[in-house]
Design a protein around this ligand. Sequence first.
Ligand SMILES: Nc1ncnc2c1ncn2[C@@H]1O[C@H](COP(=O)(O)OP(=O)(O)OP(=O)(O)O)[C@@H](O)[C@H]1O
Ligand SMILES: [Mg+2]
Length: 162
Amino acid sequence: MRKILKFDDINILAKKLGLYVKSGDVLVLIGDLGTGKTTFTKEFAKSLGITDNIKSPTFNYVLEYYGGRFPLYHFDMYRISDPMEVYEIGYEDYIRGDGISVIEWGDLIKSELPEEYIELLFEYTDDLDNEKRYVTLSYVGEKKVGEDKKEEEMLRYVGFSD
Ligand SMILES: Nc1ncnc2c1ncn2[C@@H]1O[C@H](COP(=O)(O)OP(=O)(O)OP(=O)(O)O)[C@@H](O)[C@H]1O
Ligand SMILES: [Mg+2]
């Protein structure tokens, strides 16, 4: 589902998603430069109880944070040229691990994403103050019975339904 949200409401959404996620969940963040992926991750991390300052994992693709309710593995794939490069940084272990993986620019490694994940798409609006975004939140998974239910349940939990 797609909604237009003010920054404050995006931060509330990040908080609620932080309360919703379970061990091993993967969040894929998609959106042009500056649309708010890192800011979202900061709020999400706070919601997990992580007090560290979240920085952009530019050179090594991934940074790990502990001390919250779950470990957080924060990826930024912006500089990746070939999706296979993710395996050089132990991607599989992170994705299969007990922590929560948040993957900025996850669309750049689309072929290597897990079978199920939560997807957030951020898009600019024509709002002149630049304080709003179109936000699309969906649950991506195998086309099997129950998938719609999971998305529905998530949207309801985080207050993203109509
Ligand atoms: N939810 C938000 N609340 C407040 N400010 C925000 C929010 N989202 C984005 N911004 C503003 O937009 C700027 C860029 O956001 P951010 O760095 O999160 O984008 P990004 O999508 O991670 O960009 P990149 O693709 O370069 O990594 C922030 O420095 C901030 O000024
Ligand atoms: Mg970023």
